[in-house]
Design a protein around this ligand. Structure first.
Ligand code: DX5
Ligand code: ZN
Length: 227
């Protein structure tokens, strides 16, 4: 994974056809997706349940590029190795998932993976400077995690600007997750984001039978993001 601040579109397969993940992953990559975002939920840290490591391992051969695994689970440490073995390139854990996020990030790096630090809308970023040496991606949650199709929480813009200033020249991505649309993508990138997760915005109206709709949705989002 070469570092670049160029805008990357990361469709969340939470909005894909759950009966057809392999074909959905191939379709979004063929249609221009940069990263494939996989939302792992445990029904405890967030009020929804999704994918285990076996599912991630099963879709891995269908993803040519970056598999970006967002763990919305607590506790998280005992599952990191399984998601690493499943082939994740980026593993993001939540700042709120436990008292020892520094140890969690060390463990992800120790597994040879890019480490993501996900931060809920209601959580401040005071701890981030103490974690930056271990972080490759800061994932700013712009909705309360658990479900796709929610509206972006506006207070996120200030948080993104503050993070961007904190990060300076370090090779750390700022990823936005939740409620990204063609209407807010430009402002998010101006504020400092370079990875845009998008579920509904990418998958709406399309299917593996109509993949060109994914292509049009990704192209429109990228154009909006690049302003
Ligand atoms: C929310 C997930 C998001 C979500 C984004 O818990 O982490 O990745 O699927 O979906 P949209 O883009 O529909 O808000
Ligand atoms: Zn996510």
């Amino acid at each position: 994974m070469e570092f670049s601040r160029k805008v990357k579109i990361a469709p969340s397969i939470l909005s894909a056809d759950f009966a057809n993940f392999g074909a959905e992953c191939r379709a979004i990559e063929d249609q221009g997706a940069d990263w494939v975002h996989v939302d792992v939920m445990d029904g405890h840290f967030v009020p929804n349940l999704t994918f285990g490591p076996a599912m991630c391992a099963a879709i891995r051969p269908h993803i040519r590029g970056v598999m970006d695994v967002h763990l919305m689970i607590s506790p998280v440490d005992q599952y990191l190795e399984a998601y690493a073995k499943a082939g994740a390139d980026v593993i993001s854990a939540h700042l709120e998932a436990g008292p020892h996020v520094h140890r969690t990030l060390q463990a992800i790096k120790g597994l040879g993976k890019k480490a993501g630090l996900a931060i809920n809308p209601g959580t401040g970023i005071e701890a981030v400077p103490y974690l930056l040496d271990l972080v490759d991606v800061v994932c700013v949650m712009t909705v309360n995690p658990g479900f796709g199709g929610q509206k972006l929480i506006e207070s996120a813009y200030d948080k993104v600007r503050a993070l961007r200033a904190m990060i300076g020249d370090r090779p750390i991505h700022i990823e936005i997750d939740g409620g990204v649309t063609n209407d807010n993508a430009g402002a998010l990138v101006k504020a400092g984001a370079d990875v845009l997760v998008a579920g509904s915005t990418v998958f709406k109206g399309g299917s593996v039978m109509k993949p060109e709709v994914y292509g049009a949705n990704i192209a429109a989002l990228r154009a909006a993001a690049e302003g």
